[in-house]
Design a protein around this ligand. Structure first.
Ligand code: NAD
Ligand code: LMR
Length: 315
């Protein structure tokens, strides 16, 4: 039995993400939780002829508890999205509390599950989940992930739009966090190898770092990326399931994960591509990428501290 749970399942990301998870035949039970409309979304998806039994939950009658109990994998796209002119950090005020409360439910009812955090600002919401799980004594650093897969997906698309190669075949490691300069594409490690001019590398890096803004601007007040995010979230979920349920080896997915300060030479930067089994090093990075890393560290540190303080003293 493999139970997957979506928290925020009736939203712009939640609905298409739930659809894609319903199509994943490894999942036998799909629990959809939201503060509105989750039973409707569940009823709709339940007519699709794939194995997952779909159930919808609202907060009353222990809805969160019933959704979470027995979960193997939990994906969290709950919370408000950006409008033009906002940063992801502007969402902290509303989303921090939402994520804290959902993480408390996870600590109580699904402490062994893999937790995939989509809600922004990811750089701070992941530390919030980590601190809540630590507080309850159930934190496992190999089970909590900030989903940065959309940056990886964009990097493949934008890179291939310059090189002309097939986007599905291009793999670009993108490490760091998930906002502006904290997003660090390692274009020197593209596979298969590409030769770009320095100008092309600078332009690509900027486009990958600020790709989210393109969608926010185009949606013009109606939210941010939802469909591409759903695909990215489903891809990351599928990688976790393939590794942990099917036992497939050699799967590598970049993600924003917790690293202890002492293992990072004093830095609290969560920056490495991570597998469930092992966190890889950054590999050989060039001088340009070292500068990107230096630019990312202060902002990441601020974002991380903001999440940690929110749980430590509620501020
Ligand atoms: P949305 O407003 O369309 O959907 C959010 C859903 O969360 C709504 O259905 C809402 O009812 C639900 N919700 C609110 N409070 C809740 C609670 N306490 N418990 C359960 N559900 C709750 O927003 P969206 O476009 O789906 O975006 C969701 C979040 O994902 C935003 O914070 C956005 O910034 C973020 N996002 C992250 C990435 C990424 O790469 N990590 C990409 C795109 C969007
Ligand atoms: C994205 O990268 O598309 C998301 O983080 C949403 C946003 O606010 O840009």
């Amino acid at each position: 039995m493999v139970k997957a749970v979506v928290l925020g399942a009736a939203g712009g990301i939640g609905q298409p993400l739930s659809l894609l998870l319903k199509l994943n035949e490894v999942i036998t039970e799909l629990a959809l939780y939201d503060i509105v409309n989750s039973p409707g979304v569940a009823a709709d998806l339940s007519h699709i002829n794939t194995p997952a039994k779909v159930t919808g939950y609202l907060p009353p009658n222990d809805g969160l508890k019933n959704a979470l109990t027995g979960a193997h994998l939990i994906v969290i796209p709950a919370g408000v999205p950006r409008k033009p002119g906002m940063t992801r950090d502007d969402l902290f005020k509303i989303n921090a509390g939402i994520v804290r409360d959902l993480a408390t439910g996870i600590a109580q009812h699904a402490p062994n599950a893999y937790v995939l955090v989509i809600s922004n600002p990811v750089n701070s919401t992941v530390p919030i989940v980590v601190e809540v799980l630590k507080k309850h004594g159930v934190f496992d650093p190999k089970k909590v992930f900030g989903v940065t897969t959309l940056d990886v997906v964009r990097a493949s698309t934008f890179t291939s739009s310059i090189s002309g190669s097939a986007p599905q075949g291009v793999r670009v490691p993108v490490v760091g966090g998930h906002s502006g300069v904290t997003i660090i594409p390692l274009l020197s490690q593209i596979s298969p190898r590409h030769e770009f001019t320095h100008e092309q590398i600078e332009a690509l890096t900027k486009r990958i770092q600020f790709g989210g803004d393109e969608v926010v601007k185009a949606k013009d007040g109606a939210g941010s990326a939802t469909l591409s995010m759903a695909q990215a979230g489903a891809r990351f979920s599928s990688s976790i399931l393939n590794a942990t349920v099917k036992g497939e080896a050699g799967i590598v997915e970049p993600s924003y994960v917790h690293l202890d300060a002492d293992k990072e030479g004093g830095s609290q930067l969560r920056k490495t591509p991570s597998g469930v089994a092992k966190i890889n090093s950054l590999g050989d990075i060039n001088e340009y990428e070292k500068k990107l890393l230096e630019a990312a560290i202060p902002e990441l540190r601020t974002n991380i501290n903001k999440g940690v303080s929110f749980i430590a003293d509620g501020s």
